[in-house]
Design a binder for this molecule. Sequence first.
Ligand SMILES: Cc1ncc(C[n+]2csc(CCOP(=O)(O)OP(=O)(O)O)c2C)c(N)n1
Ligand code: SF4
Length: 283
Amino acid sequence: MNKPAFTTYDTAWCPGCGNYAILETLTGVLNQLATPPHQVVLVGGIGQAAKTNQYITANGFSGLHGRSLPAAAAIKIANNDLTVIVNTGDGDSYGEGGNHFLHNIRRNVDITHFVHDNQIYGLTKGQPSPTSDPCDPLHKAAACNMGATFNPLLVALAAGATFVARSFSGDKKHLADMMSAAIKHPGYALVDILQPCVSFNKVNTFAYYKQRVKPLDDRYDPTNKLAAIEKAMEFGDAIPIGILYQQATPTYADKRPELFDNTPLVDKHVPQSAIETLIKSYI
Ligand SMILES: Cc1ncc(C[n+]2csc(CCOP(=O)(O)OP(=O)(O)O)c2C)c(N)n1
Ligand code: SF4
């Protein structure tokens, strides 16, 4: 049997971490898609989830904390032939990278964003992240939000995202379906993946999510934005998983055809005189 194109390296994650299932599922999904590893770029910021790109045999780029999305968008704009996938945490995506999260959605560059959402900052040992549960007298976890908990799916919908989904690292079949659909979606695609952190989140555990996740039923219409907004507000005893919203909308490439003709930007010939004129215009 041929060796699969995408394989993994040893990781530095804790035994039992939800990130393992995400790594394994992503590797399987990439092997099923026809894109060869040299045309795939995995991007991360900083954090445990952000290390994913270091553990798969594809191109990788690690940005600053919170800066995975602008790097990913720039890579895609520079070379439209590449499949660009971000794997990073809830803190990196919605906290430090919150501003990029919002404005990247508006641009609708064709990149995929997998958020490993463990509802805490894992790498820095368990501080609350934007998605941590609200603090209440019965909350036993050290990490909880004194303010309002951030709802990433609702915010993504409000900002105009055209692919918004949730999955769970404990359901690999569901996760593979979501990942595959998100990568194929033209435009920015968000999958918020519930990912237990076994070392620092003792409340939102594997069993906690397993009990609560409920796949959307077959009658659910993912093109109905108002229904999606309603679904996105459900997060408690029942947590809906699946594609909450998907719509075909012009992408950044559709709106800037001069940048995305048959020759990727990175391969276009720019005469030296044009570069010199540009530099002189700044002096
Ligand atoms: C500008 C900046 N602020 C803070 C940090 C410290 N820091 C590193 S990772 C991290 C949070 C990671 O949490 P998350 O993105 O949820 O990923 P996880 O480790 O849980 O996968 C923080 C605060 C940093 N590296 N850079
Ligand atoms: S600290 Fe948590 S998120 Fe990080 S590797 Fe360990 S279990 Fe996973």
